[in-house]
Write a protein that binds this ligand. Structure first.
Ligand code: KG4
Ligand code: ZN
Length: 365
């Protein structure tokens, strides 16, 4: 049995400032004692994307309050904490630096060990936190900034099977909403409109399905929606409500089909483990989409796999996942120490080729 451990974790790599306290018992169970997230959506709303300088300043101003709130909600003080964990990349560098500096200050003041954690590892390991599933699992990480298939074999053993070569899917949902005059964030607005629409009215492409492998592309799909919108406006002098609904439904169905087919291909690389049901997981803001969940669930059934979509608060950016990743990785490697550096790019899988493209929320690899 390992010694129990209580970790204070910080996350500030994009537009959410977050802190959390987690406790691992001697028996290995992990409990979230508190998880606080301060979003910055309203600060960036007028700019059509996250402004790195505004994000970094807001993180620097908010992090210590977040830590105080997380400690208070956990009922613990700094003396009760055994380790400090912080996102050290990848992400918007100003925000990552804010978190790393705050965590270094806490580690220096308390003498507790400091662990620098990869943000993508936080997302990728979340099914272990929420559902205590054994390794391995397949993770489809889909948000405004990330899009990749990861085979997760252990706390620090990831294979990236593919990812987007241009836009992240959340970005594409946001752009489609903008094209159609729907509110931001675009994902929920497009999903709501799609409910009233006919997904078959427009024949939108399913990009890269003609190529082997798990890479994805959403830029051409977005352009196809734009062209169809423009043709409708040219013909009719404007868009009807039904046109908007049908465009959203067609776009969403295309994205869901791409995820489903690429998941099937990713499963070809899934390792056989005797007496263990395969596990397919989805995380990131786009995982909120019910049609996408449904199509991934359908694919999971085809493979006799268990499907896991963590609760939304743990799908989107949060510090609990960073604390959990630290608890998982502690046994494999020691603390990072005070030389820990913030990294704008930090691929989880060093062996796969670098990914192209960088989303509005920073590098995707
Ligand atoms: O993970 P997240 O909160 O933030 C980062 O990108 O890091 O993801 C936000 C993205 C946005 O682009 C948003 O439009 C998308 O997730 N999203 C959705 C839905 N809800 C949020 N996309 C599709 N359908 C949804 N229901
Ligand atoms: Zn994230």
């Amino acid at each position: 049995m390992a010694a129990p451990c209580t970790v204070l974790a910080l996350e500030s790599s994009c537009d959410d400032t977050a802190a959390a306290v987690l406790r691992r018992t001697a028996g290995g169970a992990t409990e979230i004692l508190s998880s606080v997230v301060h979003g910055q959506a309203e600060l960036h709303a007028g700019f059509g994307g996250v402004v790195p300088e505004i994000a970094a300043r807001a993180h620097a101003e908010t992090l210590d309050h977040c830590v105080e709130q997380a400690l208070e909600a956990s009922g613990l003080g700094l003396d009760d904490i055994d380790a400090i964990a912080v996102t050290a990349g990848p992400g918007l560098i100003g925000g990552v630096v804010s978190g790393v500096m705050c965590a270094k200050g806490l580690a220096a003041a308390t003498g507790k060990p400091l662990y620098g954690i990869n943000h993508l590892a936080g997302h990728a390991l979340t099914p272990g936190l929420t559902d205590a599933v054994p390794y391995p699992w397949l993770m489809l990480l889909v948000s405004g900034g990330h899009c990749q298939f990861l085979l997760v074999r252990g706390p620090d053993d990831f294979t990236r099977l593919g990812g987007t070569i241009d836009d992240a899917p959340g970005e594409a949902f946001d752009k489609i909403a903008r094209l159609l005059g729907l509110p931001q964030p675009g994902g929920p607005a497009v999903e709501a409109a799609a409910k009233e629409g006919d997904p078959a009215r427009f024949a939108f492409p399913r990009p890269l399905l003609d190529r082997p492998g798990c890479d994805m592309s959403f830029s051409g799909l977005k352009t196809a929606v734009l062209r169809t919108r423009d043709a409708l406006i040219a013909d009719q002098g404007g868009l009807t409500e039904q046109d908007r609904h049908d465009l959203c439904a067609g776009f969403q169905a295309a994205v869901a089909d791409v995820f489903a087919e690429k998941t099937r291909r990713a499963m070809a690389a899934y390792p056989q483990v005797a007496d263990q049901t395969p596990v397919i997981c989805v995380a990131g803001g786009v995982a909120a989409n019910m049609m996408i969940r449904f199509s991934l669930e359908t694919v999971s059934k085809e493979f006799g796999a268990r499907f896991i979509a963590p609760p939304l608060a743990l799908c989107t950016d949060n510090a609990a996942m960073i604390g959990y990743a630290a608890l998982e990785q502690m046994a494999l490697s020691g603390p990072s120490g005070m030389t820990l550096a913030a990294r704008p790019r930090w691929p989880l899988d060093q062996t796969s080729p670098a990914m192209l493209g960088s989303g509005k929320k920073g590098a995707k690899a």
